[in-house]
Each structure stands twice: as structure tokens, then as C-alpha cells.
Design a binder for this molecule. Structure first.
Ligand SMILES: C[S@@+](CC[C@H](N)C(=O)[O-])C[C@H]1O[C@@H](n2cnc3c(N)ncnc32)[C@H](O)[C@@H]1O
Length: 351
């Protein structure tokens, strides 16, 4: 059983317990919403980055601005309060708290730290936001955390998406994508930003359950469903060759096995001839379940992709982000690589 297949059971249990309505307070933290806690803050690469890139005045303002930390507004934040992840910035893909941690509310000091970190991140993102993603409202759908700045609701997901869109537009180089494919979209935070930025674009998500049902629920409430397509991995063959202008994957590949990654890169290659690809993945990550270390530099990038940039991601500096143009010329050998059967994992629909 692979890493995400094993996680699927926990995710479905979370979903059964908390429901779709509060997805931003539980399952999002298994995707790309990060948690900070005082017990591990000294090891946090993200906090180091944010402090280094904030003026002393900003730091003081973020720390001193009033914050509502009441139990009522933070209801449902029942993650382990100690920072026992594989890294201080861990999204806790595996449960890492002890039995007695589980189910406890975040303590107020960690709520404060979360607000402080998100405010720092927000300020950084607004300074590096050519797509104006931080001007979008944070959707109330999914019950976001009550983090306010200058009188408005802000979120780390919108801030991170702003930084990702800034990189994506560098590789798009002025083109406006009419069709976007995302592999492993979590609850749909990046899709929200991209679909808002490109209101004419259609958006296809390839994912396993329960994430596929979650992003379908979330995005269908926010956008015209005719713009959306949701595919299980075994249905990815429905995506026509050269039909995609922008293909992306954020923090999905490193948690798969090498044959799965090769299959998905071949899918991107086949689908996005003439388009662009954006990847943001851990530089190197040990998958404890499949016992495999995935390293960005070892991904078998198809020969017809030409690299436009590759660099440490901002804020999540343990991640690499890169963008490629995909030529329209046939890719040598690409057609021979099919999605491995192992992608056919957790498919039962979630209620
Ligand atoms: C760490 S989350 C990242 C989510 C999202 N990209 C984000 O940044 O918010 C990993 C995503 O990869 C998906 N995933 C895991 N294994 C997969 C597989 N075999 N095929 C497709 N998606 C997969 C998960 O369901 C999840 O949506």
C-alpha cells in the first residue's frame, strides 16, 4: 500500500468527522496549509525566511495588531498541539501527535503564532504579487481560519497561491491559458486563484479520493461547473493530446513512487504540447511508507521540455519550483509511457 493510499483512509475518516463545510480547518492541513507551533518554531525554514524578508516595523505590526483567538472563532482546530512532524514546517501528512494530543484544540499561543506567521507571509506575498491574487477575497466556503489584517480576512493559502501564480506567469510569458490541468489539487486552493485569474479557462483536476470529491465540492460552489472537469487517475487518458495550455503539480509528485511520477510526467508531456508546465515539489523527501527518496533533480523530464527557470521556492525554501515550455515536436519515446496501473488507487466516491 502506497503513501497516499495509506493516507486515504485517514483523510476519509477526517472528512466523515468534520464534513466538507470545515475543510479549511482540517483536511487542508494535510495538503499545503502549514501549521506553526512554538515547540518547533526554531526549526521552521518558513519562519526563518519570513523574518529575514520582513522589516522590523512589519514584524512589530504583525505581532501587535489585535487578533481574535477565542475558542468560538477557532472552533474545530483540533490538531496535535506539539510539533512532532518530520520537519518543523510539516503539514503532518502522517499523524505525528501522541494519542493525548489528538483531538485537543490548538492552544492560544499557537493560534497567535499562526496569525503572526500568516500576516508576515501575507505582507511578503502582497509585495510579490504581479497577478493581484491577494486582492481576491478568501472564500468563506470551507470555513477559513479567522486571520485578519487591515480589516480583511487573509489566508496563507491565498498568499502561497499568489507566489505560485507569479512564477507560473513567468513561464507563461504573456500567454493566457485557455485550458489548465492540475495533478493532485488538494481542496482546490490553487485552482481558485488560477480560475479567477483566467475566467475563460477550463480546469481539469486529476486526483485520487477523497481529494477529488473535496475539490469538486469546493470549486463547483465557486465557479460555473461547465468550466470544471474532475478525473480519477485511470480516466486521465480522456485528456486529449496537446489540449492543455498549462499543466501544474504542487507538492504531489514527491509522495509518489518513481513509476507513478514517470507516468504523470508522460501525461503532462502528451497533454501539453505547445503549452507550459509548472512544478513545485520538495527538493528531496523521504516517503516513509514506500521507503523511497524522491529528489526533484531526478525527475525524468521529457526531452522536448525546455527549462525556463528552476529555483528554490520562496517561503517554502525546501521546495524547488520550475517552469518549462513544451515543444509541439513529438517527444521521443513519450507515447510509449502509460500511466501505471498503480495510479488506480482510492476511487470510491465520498458521500
Ligand atoms: C500535499 S497535497 C498537495 C495539494 C495541492 N497541490 C496544494 O498545493 O494545495 C498532495 C495531493 O496529491 C494528490 N495525490 C496523491 N497521490 C496521488 C496519485 N497517485 N494520483 C493523483 N493525485 C495524487 C493528493 O490527493 C493531494 O491532492
Amino acid at each position: 500500500m502506497g503513501f497516499w493510499q495509506q493516507l486515504g483512509g485517514k483523510h476519509r475518516a477526517d472528512l466523515a468527522e468534520y464534513g466538507f463545510q470545515s475543510i479549511k480547518r482540517n483536511l487542508a492541513f494535510r495538503y499545503f496549509t502549514w501549521r506553526w507551533s512554538w515547540s518547533s518554531i526554531r526549526r521552521s525554514e518558513q519562519m526563518r525566511f519570513l523574518l529575514r524578508h520582513s522589516s522590523p516595523l512589519s514584524i512589530v505590526r504583525c505581532a501587535l495588531a489585535a487578533a481574535d483567538l477565542s475558542d468560538d472563532t477557532w472552533s474545530g482546530m483540533r490538531w496535535p498541539s506539539s510539533g512532532k512532524g518530520s520537519s518543523a514546517d510539516a503539514t503532518e501528512p502522517l499523524d505525528s501527535g501522541t494519542e493525548e494530543d489528538l483531538g485537543k484544540m490548538w492552544p492560544k499561543r499557537d493560534r497567535w503564532l499562526y496569525v503572526f506567521a500568516v500576516r508576515l507571509l501575507w505582507r511578503y506575498a502582497t509585495r510579490h504579487d504581479p497577478t493581484r491574487t491577494t486582492a481576491l477575497p478568501e472564500p468563506l466556503t470551507g470555513n477559513p481560519l479567522p486571520v485578519m489584517s487591515s480589516g480583511r480576512l487573509i489566508s496563507q493559502d491565498l498568499a502561497n497561491s499568489a507566489l505560485e501564480l507569479a512564477a507560473i506567469e513567468r513561464v507563461l510569458d504573456g500567454r493566457r491559458p485557455a485550458s489548465i490541468l492540475e495533478l493532485g489539487a488538494g481542496y482546490g486552493r490553487t485552482a481558485y486563484a488560477l480560475m479567477s485569474r483566467y475566467p475563460q479557462a477550463t480546469y481539469t483536476i486529476v486526483d485520487i479520493e477523497p481529494a477529488l470529491s473535496i475539490s469538486r465540492w469546493y470549486l463547483s460552489l465557486l465557479f460555473d461547473p461547465s468550466r470544471l472537469r474532475f478525473l480519477h487517475p485511470e480516466d486521465a487518458g480522456q485528456i486529449a493530446s496537446d489540449s492543455i495550455d498549462l499543466a501544474l503539480s504542487i507538492s504531489s509528485l514527491q509522495e509518489m513512487t518513481p513509476d507513478l511520477v514517470a507516468g504523470y510526467l508522460a501525461l503532462f508531456d502528451r497533454a501539453s504540447g505547445g503549452g507550459v508546465v509548472y512544478l513545485k515539489q520538495w527538493l528531496s523527501w523521504f516517503n516513509p511508507v514506500d521507503k523511497v527518496r524522491m529528489t526533484f533533480d531526478e525527475y525524468a523530464i521529457p526531452g522536448r521540455w525546455s527549462l525556463k527557470f528552476k529555483e528554490p521556492a520562496p517561503v517554502q525554501t525546501n521546495f524547488v519550483q520550475a517552469g518549462w515550455h513544451v515543444a509541439t515536436l513529438p517527444s521521443p519515446g513519450a507515447a510509449a509511457v502509460a500511466l501505471p496501473a498503480a495510479t488506480q488507487t482510492i476511487q470510491e466516491p465520498v458521500a
